[in-house]
Design a protein around this ligand. Structure first.
Ligand SMILES: Cc1cc2nc3c(=O)[nH]c(=O)nc-3n(C[C@H](O)[C@H](O)[C@H](O)COP(=O)(O)OP(=O)(O)OC[C@H]3O[C@@H](n4cnc5c(N)ncnc54)[C@H](O)[C@@H]3O)c2cc1C
Length: 407
């Protein structure tokens, strides 16, 4: 093939990028394209991270002789239009799993068929593609984590692919500053992580020296001893497979990456994960209490560990997993408020907010999802005793003069 348009979505990297690597290997010219889709609401925290990630990706492509085109509009229409403009014979895309992504892929397939363009889909969003491991007892997905974890571990993973040395653009095609489409995005949170593949890879190098302690320390709230790589995984600045196959990643850490794959295969099979209870027959009788919801959002419930978590979310656009469990359990099981409202607030602030992981986890905590003990409730006092025994995490986020953790 002579020319391929590479439509980028949340695969904003050049390392271990199967669609980019195959396009560079099989076509003489490659046109990387990102389309800001007005149908997708991107809150400010993620918008700023996205902007930084696109700027860094553009730098990475330019270092290899290529560039990044940035447009706004319907990604299907823009990809086809760009293909026509540059005289491409095909479009390459990393497959994704949400209902919206699946419909986008179907529309793109139809548009490509009409325009006589070849469409090629590639893996890369998860380690094991959704639907590749299925229960021997039947069904197209796993509903319970532990059997999925066993099947996932025994599955042969694809090999990581090399970063292309050169990306050749067609003559006369030039890239765009992502700010022309995204503006000067400002984050809502004052202390966010910075976006981009370069930052992701720097963090992975740092994480390698700490990962061995993960099993013992991942629940230590003040210790802040998790990898903080979730925003990079969400935007694809980091390949989950490259991360999982980095030397020194302990099993306890791979298990968490497996949870990510687990929720992706769940979402692929149950696209209504964000709106409907996953567990058949789940009782959903939520109270309506706007004041209690607002106090929870503001970190003003009066329960220190809950308030600390919510303040961390507001300050960083990220929250420790243990605090996510405690704050979500408090909202749903103590206050009896709807998990959808909690998930919506997380979705507004979390840089890593992700249809699969956010709703999958919220449903797990609310007891409407995949937890095999749906009536489990995390007592805030007990959780604080176990995971913040000296009250350091609470002081950091609710005390006067507390400093945000800067990894
Ligand atoms: C109510 C609730 C909502 C959540 N919403 C999100 C979300 O929108 N996006 C998101 O990425 N994670 C979400 N999580 C999962 C988890 O809290 C975060 O992935 C984790 O805190 C990110 O920090 P880290 O990168 O330091 O994680 P680490 O502990 O270092 O784990 C490494 C990676 O494994 C994955 N992972 C870890 N735990 C989980 C999990 N329980 N489910 C799925 N993947 C996991 C993440 O990609 C994470 O980056 C949610 C958890 C809860 C309880």
């Amino acid at each position: 093939m002579n020319t391929v348009v590479l439509l980028l979505t949340r695969d904003l990297r050049v390392h271990d990028h199967p669609a980019l690597a195959a396009s560079c290997a099989n076509a003489e010219r490659v046109v990387p394209l990102f389309v800001a889709d007005p149908a997708l609401t991107v809150p400010d925290n993620r918008r700023r991270f996205l902007l930084e990630s696109l700027q860094d990706l553009r730098d990475g492509l330019r270092r290899r002789g290529g560039d990044l085109l940035v447009r706004s509009g319907d990604p299907v229409a823009e990809a086809v239009r760009t293909a026509r403009e540059v005289g491409a014979e095909g479009i390459a895309l990393t497959a994704d799993v949400s209902g919206y992504a699946a419909r986008r892929q179907e529309r793109l397939a139809r548009a490509c068929a009409r325009e006589r363009l070849a469409l090629k889909l590639f893996p890369g969003v998860t380690i094991v593609p959704a639907g590749e491991v299925t229960p021997s007892t039947g069904g197209d997905h796993y509903k319970v984590f532990t059997p999925y974890w066993r099947a996932w571990q025994s599955r042969r993973w694809r090999g990581t692919v090399a970063t292309p040395r050169k990306v050749h653009l067609p003559d006369g095609v030039t890239g765009d500053d992502p700010r022309t489409v995204l503006g000067d995005a400002k984050s809502e949170s004052p202390h966010p992580m910075s976006g981009g593949e370069s930052e992701a890879l720097r963090r992975v190098r740092n994480w390698r020296t700490k990962a061995a302690a993960y099993a013992d320390r991942h629940d230590d709230l003040p210790g802040d001893a998790t990898s903080r790589l979730s925003p990079y995984l969400h935007f694809g600045c980091l390949s989950p497979l490259a991360l999982a196959t980095t030397d020194g990643m302990p099993e306890a850490y791979l298990r968490q990456l497996c949870w990510r794959d687990f929720y992706h295969q769940l979402l692929a099979a149950f696209p209504k994960l964000g709106t409907q209870a996953f567990r058949p027959g789940a009782q959903e009788q939520w109270h309506d209490d706007p004041e209690a919801l607002q106090a929870w959002q503001a970190g003003e419930t009066g329960v220190p560990i809950v308030d600390a978590g919510m303040k961390q979310l507001a300050a960083e656009g990220w929250m420790h997993n243990r605090a996510r469990l405690v704050t979500a359990s408090y909202l749903t099981k103590t206050l009896g408020l709807d998990w959808r409202d909690g998930a919506a607030w997380y979705n507004r602030l979390l840089i890593d907010a992700d249809v699969a992981n956010n709703y999958g986890n919220w449903q797990w905590v609310a007891g409407t999802g995949t937890d095999t003990k749906p009536y489990r409730r995390f007592s805030p006092d007990r959780q604080a005793e176990r995971f913040d025994p000296d009250g350091e995490y609470v002081r950091r986020w609710t005390g006067t003069g507390g400093q945000p953790a800067r990894p």
